[in-house]
Design a protein around this ligand. Structure first.
Ligand code: F6P
Length: 360
């Protein structure tokens, strides 16, 4: 009999509960016990922060958004920042404490569900002898080593519907809308949703934008009698030679947050074209709510595959979608680089061929 721990870390993504359910049911089927670590890795430091996952605990959860275990994004949970009397900050490494916490919980293996930050922590645990299997999650789809992360296609679905809804109101008022989508350092959501919903301009972090090109494109369209447009901007889009747009950080949470690129782009478009230009920021609407069936299925497949990895005793890996199958790749590969949109990707070429301006 094994005791399996499962944690969900970083920003949530639709499909987390489906992973938890698959890990739980596949483990119970093997006669193992599953322990959910609450809010990321809190249980390593406070053993009361767990929830035993039995059949009733995961019943009817496949389609639910969020995570029944809770999660935390931002600060590294294996570090403690201690402010000194002189105002300086000393960072204490809590890795050894975390490892002691893993053993205190009597765990035989850990399933770590998360994005790049969580996979880095998983690798660190593995290097310290903890048997760990990673499961790739992020709506941004920027994790290397897997064709796709669960949650991404749900975010694209939400964003596509939103962009499409703006077409009619933009048309009615002869306005330009700038829609800000998530995608910190990779423009997958903006590119996929923008192409699927026929945005007129798509700005992604991988292609720094030139505002002259954007405005020329919009004004050429205006001359053809199309007096409205939707511009999609990933939150990490930035001008040629310019910086990201950082959020003002109100409301607490992670301090270094991106946000506000839509306002920046809209102001410039208005200044140069004189057009009425409005903004919409979809934000966490892209992360909340039910996963679409595709994401549920990937999440269930990932969860079940993670348990099979544990059964085979193969650790230090992340389950990954390598169509048409799910396999495992070394965690090192997952954290080796960020998976940005390759400029030679056919979807980039498709956008250009459709006459969509990429700000270049
Ligand atoms: O990594 C996914 C993501 O959705 C990013 O696109 C976004 O910048 C970030 O999370 C926001 O995270 P939080 O909700 O912690 O501010």
């Amino acid at each position: 009999m094994k005791r399996i721990g499962i944690s969900t870390g970083g920003g949530d993504a639709p499909g987390l509960n489906a992973v938890i359910r698959a890990v739980t049911l596949a483990s119970i089927r093997r006669g193992w016990e599953v322990v959910g670590l609450l809010r990321g890795y809190g249980a390593f430091f406070d053993p009361s922060q767990i929830r035993i996952l039995d059949r009733p605990a995961v019943r009817g959860t496949t389609h639910l958004g969020g995570t029944i275990l809770g999660t935390r994004s931002g600060a590294n949970p294996f570090e403690r920042r201690v402010e000194q009397d002189d105002g300086s900050v000393v960072v204490e490494d809590l890795t050894e404490e975390a490892i002691a916490g893993f053993h205190r919980l009597g765990l035989d293996a850990l399933v770590a569900v998360g994005g790049d930050g969580s996979m880095r922590l998983a690798l660190k645990l593995h290097q310290h002898g903890i048997p760990v299997v990673g499961v790739p999650k992020t709506i941004d789809n920027d994790l290397a080593g897997t064709n796709v992360t669960f949650g991404f296609h749900t975010a694209v679905d939400v964003a596509t519907a939103a962009i499409e809804r703006l077409h009619s109101t933009a048309d009615a008022h002869d306005r330009i809308f700038v829609v800000e989508l998530m995608g910190r350092y990779a423009g997958w959501i903006a590119l996929f949703a923008g192409v699927a919903a026929t945005a007129q301009v798509i700005l992604i972090p991988e292609i720094p934008y030139d505002m002259d090109e954007v405005c020329d494109h919009l004004m050429a369209r205006e001359r053809r009698g199309r007096r409205w447009a939707v511009v999609v901007a990933a939150e990490g889009a930035r001008p040629v030679g310019g910086d990201f747009t950082w959020s003002k950080g109100v409301g607490g949470g992670p301090v270094e947050r991106l946000g506000g690129v839509a306002e920046r782009v809209a102001a410039e478009i208005h200044e140069r074209t004189g057009k009425e230009t409005r903004t919409v920021t979809l934000g966490h609407l892209q992360r909340g709510g039910q996963p679409i069936p595709y994401d549920r299925l990937i999440a269930l497949r990932f969860g079940a595959a993670a348990v099979r990895q544990i059964e085979e005793g193969e650790f230090g890996v992340m389950v990954s979608l390598d169509p048409p199958t799910v396999r495992a790749v070394p965690l090192e590969l997952a954290v080796s680089r960020m998976k940005s949109v390759p400029l030679e990707a056919d979807v980039v070429a498709t956008a250009r061929d459709l006459g969509i301006c990429l700000g270049e």
